[in-house]
Write a protein that binds this ligand. Structure first.
Ligand code: HEM
Length: 143
């Protein structure tokens, strides 16, 4: 009985120190969504390079699903700033508006892929880079 409690306490300690070591940001669902988005974008680039636009469009759809989930998460920066009430609501609305703009860009990319419109695909990839910059410079904590 005591042995079990001891092992349980040790395990809890190991898990919590592990979480602390990886930083507060990384222990959050938004972090997982973002890492998923990055992975799917890499897969999309691979499909694009091998000329498989159909698969690339599927990857884009998966990115959109992840952004829809990310939209409902609170950025760690807002927790760090201890935002609440109206202030939190205002910042959340701004965050969600940038996510919405990003989803619009990805939806256009899906159409461009389906139409094999290379010029449009290229310009939309540039816009995605810009959306990432806007999102990270305004809502990503330094952690
Ligand atoms: C468009 C492509 C994007 C990619 C590939 C991307 C990728 C990532 C990655 C890999 C991380 C984790 C970084 C790390 O651990 O150092 C991250 C974090 C983060 N990203 Fe993005 N991101 C994108 C767009 C956006 C947008 C549009 C927003 C906001 C509107 C956003 C908000 C954030 C926030 C707030 C974090 C920190 C996580 C947290 O607060 O819990 N990202 N992103």
């Amino acid at each position: 009985m005591y042995k079990r409690l001891f092992i349980g306490a040790l395990a809890t300690f190991a898990i919590s120190t592990n979480v602390m070591a990886h930083g507060a940001c990384e222990a959050r669902p938004l972090h997982d969504d973002m890492v998923g988005i990055q992975k799917k974008l890499k897969a999309m680039s691979g499909s694009l390079k091998s000329g498989d636009n159909e698969q690339a469009a599927i990857n884009v759809e998966q990115v959109i699903t992840l952004f829809k989930n990310a939209r409902e998460q609170t950025p760690y920066l807002f927790v760090e700033k201890k935002l609440s009430g109206d202030e939190l609501a205002k910042e959340m609305a701004e965050y969600q508006s940038v996510i919405d703009d990003t989803i619009v860009v990805f939806t256009s990319l899906e159409t461009a892929l389906e139409n094999n419109d290379s010029a449009k695909i290229k310009s939309l990839m540039g816009q995605i880079g810009k959306q990432k910059h806007i999102g990270h410079s305004n809502f990503k904590a330094d952690c």
